[in-house]
Design a protein around this ligand. Structure first.
Ligand code: ZN
Length: 101
């Protein structure tokens, strides 16, 4: 066995390597998640479930994954606009800080 099996013959890197934001969770980049969010937008209408805005909708877990929420269960996913998502995140962060992490 003379050849080096672990050395790739040619690079497989994507043409552009982007630096991911430090908060990025690979889960939210997965095809399954994107597909689910796209589906929910079609089924529920592309509008924020809190304020009705259609601006920059994001799929958000009602019960967060870190708290044991189901990742790909539509019942645990809410469509939120950027503003509502930010508000929710800030609130959750404050609550978390309040109980010491
Ligand atoms: Zn909203």
């Amino acid at each position: 066995m003379g050849y080096r099996a672990l050395t790739p013959a040619y690079g497989l890197l994507p043409p552009k390597v982007k630096v991911a934001p430090k908060v990025a969770d690979p889960f939210y980049l997965s095809a399954e998640w994107r597909r689910l969010v796209a589906r929910l937008k079609r089924e529920r209408g592309a509008a924020c479930e809190r304020c009705g805005s259609g601006h920059r909708l994001i799929g958000d877990h009602v019960v967060e994954r870190r708290d044991g929420g189901a990742e790909l269960d539509p019942a645990n996913v809410e469509l939120l606009c950027q503003a509502c998502h930010n508000a929710k995140t800030a609130k959750a962060r404050a609550a978390r800080a309040g109980r010491g992490g």
